[in-house]
Design a protein around this ligand. Sequence first.
Ligand code: MN
Length: 506
Amino acid sequence: MTTFRVGSASDVGQVRSNNQDSKLVSDGVGVYAVADGMGGHQGGEVASAIAIETLEAIITDPTTPSVVEAVKEANRRIFSRAADSTELRGMGTTLVAIALVNQGTDEEEVAWVNVGDSRAYLLRDQELHQLSRDHSLVEDLRRGGQLSDEEAAVHPQRNILTRALGIDHDVEVDTGAVVPLQGDRFLLCSDGLFNEVDRATLIAVLSEGDDPDAIATELVRLANAGGGRDNITCVVADVVDDGGRAERAAAAVTIAGETGTVPEDGDPAPTREMPAVAADEEATEVADAPTSAAPPSTDPGLGPPPPPPPPPPAAEGVPPAEDAPPAEGSFPAPPDPGFPDGEDDDDGPIDADLPFGRSTTDLYEDLDHAGGRHKVVTALVALIVLAAIAGAAYLGLSWYADRTVFLGTDGDEVVVYRGTPGGFLVFDPSVEERTDLTLEDLEDEVADDVQAEREFDSVDDALSRVNSGRVRDEPEEEPTTTTTEADSSTTGSEKPSSGPTTTTAP
Ligand code: MN
């Protein structure tokens, strides 16, 4: 019988005015979650709260399918709530959760589910493994090789999600499972943590102490110390009893050798992204070939340097969806993540008792049991996933592009744009509201905001900013101005805002 000891902490951070993160610590059921909401007004708070409330209400006897279904139900509830309300339109949330699931007698596992860029980590034997994969544009670029780990960690656009709850009526949910061992420490967190606290610090803090509440509190403190630019939420779940499984697994790992090791450096990817893996593989093979074929230099240091290998082909070459998934044997060298990837399930040495014995593909195992359908199912899944990735990417990007409003000028007129300043990818900003004002009608501070294309959470916020800085239209509302009232009144009456005569370069 697996027993957890769980602690948690959440904080608004140093910059934001409200905390849009939510968390779930449900010891009775054995479900733990973090949700990071987003969307103007109260949308983010509402979305993350609905996600957490739905998990809490629906999951009574967790199984992997039931947890996945609860996440999908949460998605539907957020989506329909957003559709019903102009105030909440566009709200969304991430959701990452773990649950103790029973696979039969004495076959307990910790299943994880993820949508978005909150994370599930596992610290085991002083090593930190990221179980979940971020659904973000930057993570896609990193996995495609266009960004290094270091570049991705500080990329200014790393908050662009490719998947979130509440954006569409259906959502794809990543899932996997690990067999919990005594001493395991799971961490669920929002991006407010790992954007402020580097990996080494994370490992150091997680490796010390036996009070999960204190650990969670310390992590939040460090994130605040690092800048606290976002809401910060941590749930720390320690496996304090595993019914003796650790000892049995240790024996099994010794026998099985390498295959029982946990994945390296947070790359236990769900195996659904066949296209991306195949693209990586091609790039690796082409890039490697000339190097190995080059004649060995017999004159080191004197001869001309060997020609550099040609650049790898563009990674856009997604293989046709009709293709069967790449054969297991054709994968390049990367370390065996220990996650069976479907083709491996039946003949691989992976033992369910080993730490990382299961993966996403287990969701489809029931179908496989009908016999001989694995490839068909997998190919179908790959096809669906391809479409889902494309669709989710577009929705996510357009959602991102339109999630903010900003001030700017259209000709001379100050207007509120919806979109991203300068446009984002193919999404150009559009004029949302006109003001009939020019920069000349505004106090310098507000005019600066307009010229800087300052962003706001809502049109109302942007308009009230403009209205707060009107110098010529409503002199009676300028009690704090340093000029005299007489001056203001005179100026105001001389020059109504409806007749701007000056021109100002935007
Ligand atoms: Mn966040």
